[in-house]
Design a protein. Structure first.
Length: 425
């Protein structure tokens, strides 16, 4: 893997991967800030700001920003998580200088005018309303709130209607200038590129207004253990829905934990596909749900392992019982060698197939650098996956799956007593 890394005196990191077999290039500027960095007064500011940076800079209007990329057949977008924000574009390799210039302009020189704040506030409120109208989406935020409580990891990335309505232009702009510093940025570029050329392009594009005229050290979020708030057992949002949406979760492993590779295999074996244990038990054998899946989330200092299912409201209790019984069985007896082999193959194959384009490769090196401060090669990742043993999976399952569960439900339910009894809490 031809990944190269340069750190500038300002603390800005530039990572590239040369893929000479393609004619495209992808750039992403990753910012080490997300919703867990917000206070309650500015809850949702990271995501709000992601929208606002596309509204115009000192030299470009919103239309000029979007048309510059779209007029060459490229794509540009951004996303916000709990721990980072990313602005990215993918273009033909010859158009990379323009894409670097445009994305860098957003990062250094956005105006964030009062009129744009007021206009985009309505868009974000519509996004919150859209999330609230989609129970399969809403249940994930409900789980975070139920599991973590009113903490930085528990609050929704979108913020709340109240926090977005009350956020002033000054609050958002100050957040922008305080959080978007060179030491908190990673510029990741992958495709038909040369590292030295990319470094020169990035330095030139980000040097405007003295943005890089500082001295700093690259910032990586510390893996400090998260102090948990008092956990609820069951969180319910009462809705007259045709289907109940549930998310059943237990404490997992944090991002800095080497067992995260074992956790990935355990998660895949339990709910990673049609051959997984939960899919077979809930859908194939009993026909209780259309969608069943599992995923592990890792943050700095915390993590969860969770299981989603959507079913008829009258069957929700039965589905929760099945999840509970499957997890207890796996915690006690482990999983078969065949299940683990299938899960390892699925994780390995999914990883390799996900890297078939420049955008995916940019995402891998950018996320690795912003999260871990280094980029692990695919060979090393595959080696770590292959090195997961049935004993390691069994040991992790016996430690994780017996922990106190948290259940989030969106559906026509008046109270949580029935589900608390099933969970035994």
């Amino acid at each position: 893997m031809s990944v190269r890394r340069t750190v500038l005196p300002s603390g800005l990191r530039i990572v590239t991967e040369e893929v000479s077999s393609v004619r495209s290039a992808a750039i992403g500027i990753w910012v080490n800030v997300g919703s867990r960095d917000e206070t309650p007064a500015v809850a949702g500011a990271s995501h709000f700001l992601e929208h606002l940076l596309f509204k115009g800079t000192k030299t470009r209007t919103a239309l000029e920003i979007s048309s510059s990329i779209e007029s060459v057949g490229g794509e540009m977008n951004a996303f916000t998580g709990k721990e980072y924000t990313c602005f990215y574009a993918r273009v033909i390799d010859t158009d990379l200088p323009m894409a670097v210039e445009v994305i860098a302009d957003l990062i250094t020189s956005s105006v964030v005018s009062a009129s744009d704040v007021d206009a985009e506030r309505k868009v974000v409120l519509e996004e919150i309303a859209m999330r609230d109208d989609d129970p399969s989406d809403l249940v994930h935020d409900l789980f975070s709130d139920t599991f973590y409580g009113d903490t930085k990891l528990g609050r929704a990335i979108l913020g709340s209607v109240e926090s977005i309505n009350s956020m002033s232009r000054t609050a958002v702009f100050n957040y922008y200038k305080r959080k978007y510093l060179p030491q908190d940025l990673v510029v990741a570029v992958a495709g038909n590129i040369k590292h030295r050329t990319v470094v020169a392009l990035v330095e030139k594009a980000l040097s405007r207004d003295g943005f890089l005229d500082v001295v700093g050290e690259p910032q990586v979020r510390p893996n400090t253990l998260v102090k948990m708030a008092a956990q609820q057992s069951v969180g319910i949002i009462a809705r007259k829905t045709e289907q109940a949406h549930m998310f059943y979760g237990v404490p997992g492993v944090a991002r800095g934990d080497d067992r995260r590779f074992t956790m990935g295999i355990l998660s895949a074996a339990l709910g990673g596909g049609m051959s997984s244990r939960l899919f077979q038990e809930i859908r194939e054998k009993r026909g209780l749900a259309y969608s069943v899946y599992a995923y592990a989330q890792q943050f700095a200092g915390s993590g969860t392992l969770g299981f989603y299912a959507g079913c008829h409201p009258s069957k929700a209790g039965e589905v929760v019982e099945i999840i509970r019984d499957v997890l207890n069985d796996v915690a006690e007896k482990g999983m078969t060698h065949e299940e683990i082999a299938r899960a390892k193959g699925a994780v390995r194959g999914s990883l390799v197939l996900s890297q078939e384009d420049s955008g995916s490769r940019m995402s891998h090196i950018g996320k690795s650098e912003i999260v871990y401060g280094e980029v692990m090669s695919f060979d090393e990742i595959l080696k770590r996956i292959d090195g997961v043993t049935p004993d390691a999976v069994r040991k992790l399952a016996s430690e994780i799956l017996i922990k106190r569960p948290t259940l989030a439900l969106v559906g026509p339910y008046k109270d949580s007593k029935k589900f608390e009894k099933i969970l035994g809490v």
